[in-house]
Design a protein around this ligand. Structure first.
Ligand code: FAD
Length: 428
């Protein structure tokens, strides 16, 4: 943001105090916007986090390769936000994937586009980026208060924190809440803010698992043999979703990128009708006709399993999955077996718990905020990041919207304070 964009937010000598609560990517981005302005407007930014250090989920996200954003065309990119696209669009217009890449570059970190179109830092890691970012934030005057758990408000509007020194209260001119969703609670985002906001009549959609695994009633035999093994390459179709990829058999069911990609629709279907039946194509490269021809080929004295292996290339976990799901009659019938190889029904019973999910759906509804992400019922209080009511698949869409909404909330707080300061003084 140029210093001229929001000039003289605070022209008086009395400092304005802003609290950012939550030191994930959304909160840190809000703090950045505010502290840059604060450098010449006498704004003091205090960032609070319940954990002993900030950015823990961000660091975890970097473990398997930090996927910052995606390079696909903006229409496709926006479509990833599904039903909330209209609310996310203005945030990304102001700070989209390209802006994010430039911003990362400013921190001295180069990015590259992977073969899938996903964007990563060149070293794939989150830690160097976070280190450089925190250094810059401290140098622009952000004060960090870790081990400060926000508890809500006092009757007269002060913020309550549980700190190592006991409960402390502080008042602020504006507050940004960036408390994250409800997954991986041990990293800090535990969703305990939900009842606090609801008690203030803020509309919060229930937090639900997103990009999550599902429970399947595996037989003991199948579970014991195949837990931890990948099913690849398969194509999964469900309610209009169709994609090729892979997933893993777990102790309780299934998880992995292909399952995560369809997880929102599967979760909603289970909520509506008790379970969801996905169809798996175990030979995505082959047509049904070809599979029928191979399976129906005379097998002589060979068992169906060795016939499947030699004619259709179906072995190991794929062959056992057919056995697991099909009746012995269907398995023995070449036509029904071939049809099942191309569309094997797998029943998913329930999503895995929110705490295990990559991200959360649900949160503060966009209807309860204005376009600057300020709570309509609580002027001066802004919300950002995963605690807002949106969801997106993995692929960098989560972080991109967290950064963009953190920036919007920071700018929103600046604009709100500007207006407040320009209002004529009221006489009592
Ligand atoms: C395993 C894993 C891998 C991921 N990989 C990717 C990826 O590659 N790309 C991608 O785009 N996304 C990824 N994500 C998702 C991404 O990390 C999150 O969407 C993002 O971190 C959310 O940012 P946030 O700032 O909204 O919240 P968070 O990062 O969750 O931060 C919220 C902060 O608020 C603090 N807090 C919460 N409650 C309180 C309170 N009461 N008082 C004080 N502080 C509080 C927490 O301690 C925390 O520091 C991944 C997530 C996981 C779990």
């Amino acid at each position: 943001m140029s210093p001229h964009q929001i000039n003289a937010v605070n022209s008086s000598h009395t400092p304005l105090h802003v609290a950012v609560i939550g030191g994930g990517p959304a909160g840190l981005m809000a703090a950045e916007v505010l502290s840059r302005e604060g450098a010449h407007s006498n704004i003091k930014v205090d960032l609070f986090d319940a954990m002993p250090s900030v950015g823990r989920k961000f660091l975890l996200a970097g473990k398997g390769g930090m996927n910052l954003t995606h390079s696909e065309a903006s229409t496709l990119f926006l479509s990833r936000y599904g039903k909330r696209q209209a609310f996310i669009e203005p945030l990304l217009e102001a700070f989209g994937p390209d802006d994010l890449r430039l911003w990362v570059q400013e921190l001295g970190i180069d990015t590259f586009v992977g073969s899938s179109g996903r964007v990563f830092p060149t070293d794939m890691k989150a830690a160097p980026l976070l280190r450089a970012w925190l250094h810059r934030l401290r140098s622009t005057g952000v004060s960090f208060h870790v081990r400060h758990r926000w508890l809500g408000w006092t009757a007269d509007g002060a913020m309550r924190f549980a700190s190592p020194a006991g409960e402390v209260t502080r008042t602020f001119d504006a507050v940004i809440l960036a408390l994250g969703g409800g997954s991986w609670a041990r990293l800090g985002s535990d969703g305990t803010w939900v009842p606090i906001l609801q008690s203030r009549q803020i509309d919060v959609a229930a937090l639900k698992p997103s990009n999550c695994g599902f429970n399947v009633a595996w037989s003991t035999h199948f579970r014991e043999r195949f837990v931890g093994q990948p099913l690849k390459s398969v194509a999964l179709s469900f309610a209009g979703f169709e994609r090729q990829g892979e997933f893993v058999v777990t102790e309780t069911g299934v998880e992995g990128s292909l399952i995560y990609a369809a997880s929102a629709a599967i979760r909603d279907a289970i909520e509506a009708s008790g379970c969801a039946r996905v169809l798996l194509d175990l030979t995505p490269g082959k047509s049904l006709e070809r599979v029928i021809k191979e399976v129906a080929h005379p097998r002589g004295s060979r068992s169906m399993s060795s016939h499947l292996q030699s004619r259709a290339g179906i072995t190991g976990i794929k062959a056992s999955l057919l056995r697991e799901v099909l009746s012995s009659d269907d398995f023995a019938d070449p036509m029904r077996l071939a049809a099942s190889i191309k569309a094997l029904p797998l029943t998913l019973l329930s999503p895995r718990p929110l705490d295990e999910a990559i991200s959360s759906a649900g949160g503060v509804t966009f209807e309860s905020m204005d376009t600057r992400l300020m709570l309509k019922a609580m002027p001066g209080v802004f919300c950002a990041g995963e605690m807002l009511d949106w969801e997106a698949p993995t692929g960098g869409y989560l972080l991109t919207a967290c950064f963009a909404s953190g920036r919007a909330a920071g700018l929103g707080a600046l604009a709100w304070m500007t207006r407040k300061h320009r209002e004529p003084a009221r006489c009592g």
